[in-house]
Write a protein that binds this ligand. Structure first.
Ligand SMILES: *Cc1c(COP(=O)(O)O)cnc(C)c1O
Length: 452
């Protein structure tokens, strides 16, 4: 069968407000050409992020109604705990309000707040909140990707893999300075590229050799497990649940944002095998998030997460999810548009420097493309280039992140059509200059002006 259909039908709809190009020209000017400043009602297809933007199932909404709001020991907590135990095999489970809360607790128990000077945490590539939380303790971070992982034009099955040689060298040189090793699945920072089971097993062996805990940033564990099933030798006949279980069995703990593969709008998980560290984290959770059976969430959120974590591992869902992202990437490649290859699990990244070759880096080609997609089609994307990263930007990318179970193929076909239309007249698009910017994280609030 060539056509893979969305494995759901729609029971509840949310209208998209249709706008005209003239209206959007005005909205863009009002927002000072910064897409973060545009109210979401003025966006037709919102591909800003896949985090917390997915659609819940009718079962999850039913769970929301069943949610028990008792302060301690609610049935919703036990359901959530049992699902996470079954999926991960890890007994020590804390609910948190989102991924970065899990990261904050992890850093506090494994490094100590303000105790990180002289230490360093390796990862295939840190997500920005993970890096910020670790560095907030004074600890350094380092990304150890393979050479192919750093080359967006190379098509390889597991570009998220940890560079094992570099990890071994780091552990050999500075074993005492490494509080733990982290692996992020899938690797968000390079476009949702997966890590192979074999690679994680080798990381585990190195961790054992140097007696280091291995922590999984498991935000997209189900998407990663599906890529392993599809691409890794000997894995194709296995259940995706078993592959996911293998990922967790190899680690000593995990941080998870349930806003991704938890299929919910808010929530997170922290897993720590070590009993003493888990107890320390539990006490901190009580101090700042909430009691251990709700962790800063409502009972109904735990119920929705319990159901979401099971639904995300259904083969029909994952086949559709990975294929629909790939479909967008494939169509763009066919039309000669340069993207980060191969298509990742949750997003497609367009190479804006290639899309608008007439715009120099300091006039922000990514900003040009992101504004043009909004003006032409009401599509909101995210610049990941010189606006966001300043002089640290290696590439000028525009990310199209795909919310889970939210848009249909015709929405994606519309996105493709708009991108191709914009491409046809790309040489006329203006560069941008920044007219006002804050001291840090300028991409959220900077004001721009087109340079016609
Ligand atoms: C989103 C994300 C986080 C942080 O989770 P939040 O829920 O946004 O706090 C951490 N790591 C990765 C890989 C992520 O994608």
């Amino acid at each position: 069968m060539k056509t893979i259909i969305e494995p759901f039908r729609i029971k509840s709809v949310e209208p998209i407000v249709m706008t005209t190009r003239e209206q959007r020209v005005g909205y863009l000017r009002e927002a000072h050409y910064n897409l973060f400043g545009i109210p979401s009602r003025r966006v037709m297809i919102d591909l800003l992020t896949d985090s917390g933007t997915g659609a819940m199932s009718s079962e999850q909404w039913a769970g929301i109604m069943r949610g028990d709001e008792s302060y301690a020991g609610a049935p919703s907590w036990f359901r959530f705990r049992d699902v996470i135990k079954r999926i991960t095999g890890i007994q020590n489970i804390l609910p948190t309000h989102q991924g970065r809360a899990s990261e904050r607790l992890l850093v506090e128990v494994m490094i100590g707040s303000g105790q990180g000077q002289g230490k360093i945490v390796p990862n295939n590539a840190h997500f920005d909140t993970t890096r910020a939380n670790i560095e907030h303790s004074g600890c350094q971070t380092v990304d150890l990707l393979t050479p192919e992982g750093q080359n967006p034009a190379v098509d390889a099955p597991f570009k998220g893999n940890m560079n094992l040689t570099a990890l071994q060298e780091l552990l050999e040189d500075r074993a005492d300075d490494v509080p733990f090793v982290m692996v992020t699945v899938t690797c968000n920072s390079i476009g949702g590229q997966p890590v192979s089971l074999e690679n994680i097993k080798s990381v585990r062996e190195l961790c054992d050799q140097y007696n280091k805990p291995l922590i999984l940033d498991a935000c997209r564990f189900a998407e990663n497990a599906w890529f392993i099933k599809m691409r890794e030798k000997g894995q194709n006949n296995r259940q995706v649940q078993d592959i996911a279980r293998d990922l967790f069995e190899l680690c000593d703990g995990a941080t998870i944002s349930a806003k991704k593969d938890g299929l919910v709008n808010i929530g997170g998980v922290l897993l720590i095998r070590n009993k003493a560290l888990f107890e320390k984290a539990s006490n901190l959770l009580i101090l700042t998030e909430g009691f251990v059976t709700y962790g800063g969430l409502a009972g109904r959120d735990l119920e929705a997460m319990a159901i979401g974590f099971e639904e995300v591992l259904e083969a029909d869902y994952l086949r559709y999810r990975i294929r629909s992202t790939e479909y967008l990437g494939e169509k763009l490649l066919e039309a000669g548009i340069a993207i980060v290859r191969p298509p990742g699990g949750h997003a497609i990244y367009i190479d804006a420097a290639d899309f608008c070759p007439h715009i120099p880096k300091h006039q922000f080609p990514g900003q040009t493309l992101a504004c043009a997609l909004y003006e032409a089609g009401g599509i909101r994307s995210c610049e990941i280039g010189s606006v966001m990263m300043g002089e640290h930007a290696h590439m000028e990318l525009v990310r199209l992140a795909i919310p889970r179970r939210t848009y249909t193929q015709s929405h994606i076909d519309y996105v493709i059509e708009i991108i191709l239309n914009v491409k046809a007249n790309a040489q006329k698009l203006p560069g941008y200059r920044i007219v006002e910017e804050p001291a840090a994280l300028r991409h959220f609030t900077a004001r721009f002006e087109p340079m016609f």
